[in-house]
Ligand binder design. Structure first.
Ligand code: G1P
Length: 293
């Protein structure tokens, strides 16, 4: 099943960013959640950096009303750059926000019908190529990054891959969960997939953690995908139909994962990354120790 047609290079990535971010109100009333900063980079920047490191060239943002500031972030800011240059200031901090002309594409998800629907909205840009998906709420922190680890596995096994991690059993109902087959190092065969199962019905405690490499055939499945868990069109349900038809594996990320979809996870990410930064880690450590008494 690892025929060469399932091993084309992964050049494109989809970033579903149409969500309303209601959990972070009032912060997200006028600012997209994806632009909230973790230290000095917006959340979305971490996902884009991770994608770039993994060789992604084309960035497809699935946006919605009120989310255009995300696109602005990755555009050239002429006035800002001209003023900074005139004042002799370095433009280095803007470097990560640069995407090659023509390589940033946005599509709109006009109605919030679920993650599967959001991904399907990108079908015309994806065409017949394999593609990656990044859910920016999941901040994957490590070197090499999560997607780079997945691409390495993809070069070996091809087909479809999801990143997974283990959570306490009582938390599985918030996630997509895999039924694991054979394990080899960080690679696990995927035998089944279920979205937000009841604890008693979950096939394992290995949850899908927001990174995917999928073959383009998933788009046709999504086109006909009915509503699933929570009344939404679920990516998980269409992915499940690929199992047994194309290779399907999970990669356990060697690194740290922060759930920036929750406020506590967001604070955790901010603290952990600040502590890890060469330019401020020591100062933050002192402050944290003092605060903790
Ligand atoms: C989505 C996916 C789920 C995955 C999760 C990771 O769920 O549907 O399979 O485990 O992201 O964060 P959501 O968080 O949108 O409910």
């Amino acid at each position: 099943m690892s025929a060469p047609q399932f091993k084309k290079p992964v050049r494109k990535a989809v970033f579903p960013v149409a969500g309303l971010g209601t959990r972070f109100l009032p912060a997200t009333k006028a600012i997209p959640k994806e632009l909230l900063p973790v230290v000095d980079r917006p959340l979305i920047q971490y996902a884009v950096d991770e994608a770039r490191e993994a060789g992604i060239e084309e960035f497809v943002f699935v946006t919605g009303r009120g989310k255009t500031a995300i696109v602005e972030h990755f555009d050239t800011a002429y006035e800002l750059e001209a003023t900074m240059t005139a004042r002799g200031k370095s433009l280095d901090p803007l470097e990560p926000t640069r995407i090659q002309p023509g390589n940033l594409v946005t599509v709109r998800q006009q109605v919030p019908l679920g993650l599967g629907h959001a991904v399907w909205c990108a079908r015309a840009v994806i065409g017949d190529e394999p593609f990656a998906i990044f859910l920016p709420d999941e901040l994957m922190y490590g070197s090499p990054g999560c997607m780079a680890q997945m691409v390495e596995a993809y070069n070996e096994v091809g087909g479809n891959l999801v990143s997974v991690l283990e959570v306490p059993m009582e938390e599985v109902s918030s996630y997509g969960v895999i039924a694991p087959g054979e394990c080899r190092g960080a690679l696990t065969e995927v035998k089944g997939l279920v979205e937000k199962p009841k604890v008693a019905e979950a096939p394992s405690n290995k949850i899908v953690s927001g990174r995917y490499i999928l073959q383009p055939e998933v788009m046709d499945l999504l086109a006909n995908q009915g509503k699933g868990a929570g009344g939404e069109i679920q990516l998980t349900d269409s992915m499940a139909k690929l199992i047994g038809v194309q290779p399907f594996h999970a990669v356990t990320f060697q690194g740290q994962r922060f759930d920036c979809g929750s406020k506590v996870g967001f604070v955790e990410a901010t603290l952990a990354i600040a502590l890890d930064r060469a330019d401020m880690g020591e100062d933050v450590r002192k402050i944290a120790s003092r605060l903790l008494g």
